[in-house]
Design a protein around this ligand. Structure first.
Ligand code: FES
Length: 164
């Protein structure tokens, strides 16, 4: 449609700039492929020396993994950055419940109150407990240093078809 709207002289110039199969090989495309380190996935920031905070995950098999992390990192980012089994289907926008974690009661009251959005999503979480929270809504700070969170046995990924 656009082609019919421009003057024919312009169209000739325009067509010259469009790569065709005939001249494609003469074009000198250079693609830069890059990779990021594992810790850059999920926007993790390596902790500065002396400013490390610690979090322990209790995995589904009962084993525990402890990580040194930075202030501000979310539990979701920490889990994904370390290849733990946390889906995070909505990308951390508090719109699913696949980052559900069960917080050690010792630390639960030290967390900020959940927002209404988080409460709504928690209602959809599989295996909800009294100390359940969403991993994407917990951000590390000094108050919760050494927090322990358990990954639930299952998560529920709610789809629009579930509401039909
Ligand atoms: S990743 Fe979806 S609510 Fe946390």
């Amino acid at each position: 449609m656009f082609r019919y709207l421009v003057k024919s002289s312009t169209l000739v110039k325009y067509n010259k700039s469009i790569p065709t199969f005939k001249n494609f090989n003469r074009l000198n495309f250079k693609s830069n492929f890059t990779t990021t380190t594992l810790l850059n996935h999920g926007h993790l920031h390596p902790p500065k020396k002396g400013e490390e905070l610690y979090i322990t995950f209790v995995l589904k098999d009962g084993s525990q993994k402890k990580y040194a992390v930075s202030e501000g990192d979310s539990v979701l980012d920490i889990a994904q950055g370390n290849n733990l089994d946390m889906e995070g289907a909505c990308g951390g926008s508090c719109a699913c419940s696949t980052c559900h974690v069960i917080v050690d009661p010792e630390y639960y009251d030290k967390l900020e109150e959940p927002t209404d959005d988080e409460d709504d999503m928690l209602d959809l979480a599989y295996g909800l407990t009294e100390t359940s929270r969403l991993g994407c809504c917990i951000h590390m700070n000094k108050e919760i240093n050494n927090i322990r969170v358990a990954l639930p046995q299952m998560t529920r990924n709610v789809k629009s078809s579930d509401f039909e």
